[in-house]
Design a protein around this ligand. Sequence first.
Ligand code: NAD
Ligand code: UGA
Length: 466
Amino acid sequence: MKIKTICCIGAGYVGGPTMAVIAQQCSHIKVTVVDLNASRIAAWNDADLNKLPVFEPGLDKVVGEARGRNLFFSTDVDQAIDEADMIFISVNTPTKTYGKGKGMAADLKYIELCARQIASVSKSNKIVVEKSTLPVRTASAIKNILDHTGNGVEFQILSNPEFLAEGTAIEDLLSPDRVLIGGDTSDKGQEAIQALVDVYANWVPKERILTTNVWSSELSKLTANAFLAQRVSSINSISALCEKTGADVNEVAKAIGLDSRIGSKFLKSSVGFGGSCFQKDILNLVYIAKTYGLNEVADYWEQVIIMNDYQKNRFSNNIVSTLYNTVSGKKITFLGWAFKKDTNDTRESAAIQVADNLLNEQAHIEVYDPKVSEERMYADLDYLNTRTEAENRALLKVLKDPYQACKESHAIAVLTEWDEFKTYDWQRIYNNMLKPAFVFDGRGILDTKALEKIGFVCYSIGKGSK
Ligand code: NAD
Ligand code: UGA
C-alpha cells in the first residue's frame, strides 16, 4: 500500500515538527495536522514564521518550505481523518491527576477520544499510528474501540514512538539514530509496517528503520526515556558527593565517559532534569510494574525521580544556606526558565520547583529567559497552587533585559544552559549587584574562575571547593 494522505491528530511539540519534516521530505504525500486548539492551529498558520507555537531551531525553514504545498494545519479533525490513509495520534498523555493511578499512570483519555473519533468518522480502511508515548499494551485498547465501529472498516494499529529531543528536534528528525515501528505479526500487520517503512525510507537509511512487535515498540519508548533520565540522576547523585569531597563532576563525567561501554553522552550534571516526558514516562513505568506486582522493579525506577527531586531541592537549599540562611526580601535573579536551552517549553522545568522553594522563603525573584513568555512563567507557578496568583505576581517579576534583571540583586541562579549567558559582560553585571555578589550555576556552564577573578562568590553544580 502506498500512502498518499496522512493526518496527524495533535499539533504540539511532537505532531508539528514531525509532520513538518515528513511533508518536507515526502512532497508526494499530503500531510494535514489537526488540533482542537484553534489558537495553536492559527499560530501554525501564521504568515510570520517567528510566531510558530513551537520554538525549534530550523523549524521555521522546514514549515516555510512545505506549508501550503503538501503541509496543512487545520481544526477540521473529521475531514482530515476521512481523507487519510494513515492517521498519526500525537496527542498529550500526561500523568493522571485523578482516580486510580493518580500521580503515576498515564491519562489516556485524549487517546481514547481520538480512537472513538477515528472509529466514527472513517469510511475506508486506515492505518492508525501511535506516535504519542503510551503504556505497553495500549494498542489493544485502541484496536478494541476501532474494531467495534460496526461500519466494516478495517484498521491496522502501529506503534511508532518518537525519540526527538526538544531543541534539536529538526536534526533528530532528519537524521534519527533509529526509527522504531511496531506492528502486528499477521500479513496485514506486516503490510501496514511496510507502508510506514516506505514513508520514512524517503530520507532515513533502511538500516536505521527497526521493526518489532507492537508491545516491544511501546515498551522500548518508556525504557529509552527511563535509561536516559537514569543517567542524569546517576551523575547528579555523584555531583552531591563531588561537592563534599572536592572532586569536580565534569572531570568525573569525562573520565567515566571515555569508557566506550559507558559513553560520554547524557552525563552533564544539572539542577535536575525537566521536560514533559522523563518524569511522566518513568512514573508510568513504575505504575505498570506495580500493576504486575513487580514491586522491586517499580522501586528501582522510582529512585530516579526521587534523586531528581532531591537535586532540585538541594540547589535551592544551598542558595538559602549560602545567603546566610535567609532570602526573605532578597532579590535573586534567575537566568533561564525553560527546561533546557533552545526551546520555549517549560514543562517540569527545574526552574519552577526552585522558584517555588525560594518564594516560600519570601525571596523576590526576577527572571530573564530569551524564549519563555511572562504568561507561561506565571501559569507554571499558579498551577502549583502554593500561593495566590496575586502573591506570585508580587514576588516574581519577569524582565526582558538580563542586565536589568541582575541589577541590585544578591544572587544569580543559572537554571537553563542558554548559550548567550556565557557571552554576557559579567564585569558590568558584577558592578551593579549588591555585595557580596553570588552566582549559583545550576548548569555548570559559566567560567567560574573568571567570575571569581571579577569578585563573584561562585557555586557551580558538582564542583567541590576543597
Ligand atoms: P503537546 O501537549 O505539545 O501537544 C498535544 C496536542 O494534542 C495539543 O495541542 C492538544 O490540543 C491536542 N489534542 C489533544 N486531544 C486532542 C483531540 N482529541 N483532537 C485533536 N487534538 C487534540 O504534547 P507533545 O509534547 O507534542 O507530546 C505528544 C505526545 O508525544 C506525548 O505522548 C508525549 O509523551 C510524546 N512525546 C513528546 C516528546 C516531546 O519532546 N515533547 C518527544 C517524544 C514523545
Ligand atoms: C527526551 C529524550 O532525550 C528524547 O529522546 C525523547 O523523545 C523525549 O525526552 C520525550 O520522550 O519527550 P527532551 O526531554 O526533549 O528529550 O530533552 P533532553 O535533551 O532529553 O533533556 C531532558 C532534561 O534532561 C533536560 O532538562 C536536560 O537539561 C536534562 N539533561 C539532559 C541533563 O541534566 N543532563 C544531561 O546530560 C542531559
